[in-house]
Ligand binder design. Structure first.
Ligand SMILES: [Zn+2]
Length: 234
């Protein structure tokens, strides 16, 4: 058996299309959200026009899910804190950073009426001090962006490394290696990285189909990687 987990960052409108695929293939996933960056209504994505000066991904400005529709879109999946407004751990005094992380946690727990012990480090930036502070504040794990060949060998749950990014060339190899040792395969990404490209979305669907068709795959939530007894009632 191989445990497979995935998570997606930033609460962008491409998540809606991704969630349709996840449901089709009965795949679990965690979405890492920054509630302070969402408007009440949905912001649609756009290919940026000439003269556009703000950040975009390859010229595609990702849309943002509306706060009012967050619950209906992500219901049935895990949601986790990605800070209130995507604050980086090294850019703020520690108490300010911890508040940003826990404000998002509490907002999501109120909205979804479920425990939200997960965290994803904005921009993958973690510090040992912040890791200890977030653990003390009630978080169970923090996802980094640096990859590892052995997800299960983490030293500090607040420094949890994934197997790879969804578009990493080692995706299938890392999966095969995890399966060979009855281990964990954990990938992450941003759904906006699929743009509105038919080829990239088709590639994503092939990955989900490949994983869900494998009888040895057990989809798990990220929280199950650090709390393996969660589903066994222990
Ligand atoms: Zn992010």
């Amino acid at each position: 058996m191989v445990k497979v987990a995935q998570c997606w960052d930033d609460g962008v409108t491409n998540d809606i299309r991704l969630i349709e695929l996840l449901k089709k293939y009965h795949a679990k996933a965690t979405f890492n959200l920054n509630p302070g960056l969402h408007e009440e209504k949905r912001q649609e994505p756009l290919w940026v026009p000439a003269g556009y000066a703000d950040w975009s991904f390859k010229g595609f400005r990702c849309g943002k899910v509306g706060k009012a529709e967050m619950l209906s879109i992500y219901r049935g999946f895990q949601v986790a804190s990605h800070c209130w407004r995507h604050e980086n751990a090294d850019a703020h005094p520690l108490p300010v950073f911890v508040k940003a992380a826990t404000d998002a946690k509490h907002f999501l727990e109120d909205l979804f009426q479920q425990e939200c012990p997960g965290f994803a480090w904005p921009c993958g930036i973690a510090t040992p001090e912040a890791a200890d502070a977030l653990r003390d504040a009630g978080f169970a794990y923090g996802r980094m962006v640096t990859s590892t060949e052995h997800v299960e060998a983490y030293e500090h749950p607040m420094m949890l490394k994934p197997s790879c990014h969804v578009h990493d060339g080692v995706f299938y190899r890392r999966f095969a290696e995890a399966k060979a040792r009855n281990g964990i395969f954990y990938f992450w990404g941003h759904s906006y990285e699929m743009l509105d490209s038919a080829g990239l979305w088709e590639q994503m669907e092939r990955k989900l189909d490949f994983l869900s068709s494998d009888p040895e795959v057990e989809w798990v939530d990220v929280i199950d990687l650090v709390r393996p007894a969660r589903n066994s009632g222990k």
